[in-house]
Design a protein around this ligand. Structure first.
Ligand SMILES: [Zn+2]
Length: 342
């Protein structure tokens, strides 16, 4: 199928993201932005459309129609450190988050904070038969955006992992372009988790095409789920299915699975400046599109967005996808399913 696509120059360029190899401009985080892309049809997965026409016919467990990869990046666990998201702090002060179910836990854990909410997220997802991935920053004091020691979360990481949810690595600012840093942080997280870490997403969606994929593959990750635009939801390379990236410099496929990111909370509400109705209209459209192509829709919902209207929005996504008979799963589950089948 890859060979057939190579014959179609435009699709091949879109799939490989040729335009990102030699960009005119990157932003201050080294990111290629959607506003610079020549692709103007980001809500249509054109490459996946081609692959389906060529015979790709994905199946999911228990005859589910499509899959939703649920993920959470953990940048903050203490509200006092949440200086960049004033609105969230305001909401927390108003007590919007507090639920009866969190009280017993707060009594038994002196470290409890409203952002230490992994168990509540898991409870919510359980009620929809879902599982998800939590990608943790594993920074050292002195690293940019360091706000907590991952060692303090050892018990929580064990709880998440023992119950079948995934603990993955959220690489810090430098990791996406630094092999030694990625390896160091992977080992650090594995030492605390006492288990291999196979899933990855970079902080701020920092990503360098195709180098970041090569670095992650060399470091031993099974899959990455960074590949989406920070400034627009949708299908960055026209794919709504997991794929093995292709390196145009080496002429070879890279040995890692990309589960492309489709929707991030901050993209909808901050960078695209959508209100809740507009954000839902787009989310619904993207879910319907991925359902049509029997694809995988990846959602990034931060633990800091699990209160008030943002929590309701996340619940609505779970509700809508459940009604549509989607498989709501972690990156690790989707990665192992896809690698075995395709
Ligand atoms: Zn982050």
């Amino acid at each position: 199928m890859i060979k057939k696509m190579e014959q179609d120059g435009e699709l091949w360029k879109l799939f490989t993201k040729k335009e990102e190899y030699d960009p005119i401009l990157l932003d201050r985080y080294g990111r290629f932005s959607y506003y610079l892309s020549s692709q103007r049809n980001i809500f249509e997965p054109e490459v996946s459309n081609f692959l389906i026409k060529e015979g790709l016919s994905p199946e999911y467990p228990e005859g589910r129609k499509f899959a939703v990869c649920l993920t959470h990046d953990i940048d903050f666990v203490y509200p006092g450190m949440l200086n960049t998201a004033a609105r969230t702090v305001k909401a927390l002060k108003k007590g919007q988050f507090v639920q009866a179910s969190i009280l017993p836990f707060s009594r038994i854990n002196k470290n409890w904070s409203p952002l230490w909410n992994f168990r509540q997220i898991m409870e919510l997802e359980t009620s929809y038969g879902a599982k998800s991935s939590f990608y943790f920053l594993t920074l050292d004091p002195g690293n940019q955006d360091f706000t907590f020691n991952i060692e303090e979360l050892e018990g929580e990481l064990g709880h998440i992992s023992d119950n079948g949810w995934e603990v993955g690595l959220h690489g810090g600012h430098e990791a996406y372009d630094n092999p030694a840093e990625i390896r160091r942080k992977k080992q650090k997280l594995e030492k605390i988790l006492k288990k291999e870490v196979i899933g990855y997403r970079n902080h701020y969606l920092r990503f360098k095409t195709p180098d970041s994929w090569e670095i992650l593959a060399d470091a031993g990750f099974s899959y990455d789920t960074t590949f989406g635009y920070h400034d627009c939801a949708g299908f960055r390379n026209g794919m709504c299915h997991p794929f093995k990236p292709y390196n145009l410099n080496t002429g070879k496929e890279i040995d890692i699975l990309e589960i492309p990111l489709t929707i991030m909370d901050t993209t909808l509400f901050s960078l695209m400046h959508l209100d809740f109705n507009q954000a839902w209209k787009l989310t619904e459209k993207l879910i319907d599109t991925v359902e049509h192509y029997k694809g995988v829709l990846t959602i990034l919902w931060h633990n800091t967005y699990m209160q008030g209207d943002y929590l309701e929005f996340y619940r609505k996504i779970l509700q809508y996808c459940t009604q549509k008979n989607a498989w709501l799963a972690s990156g690790a589950e989707i990665s192992s399913w896809w690698k075995e089948k395709y």
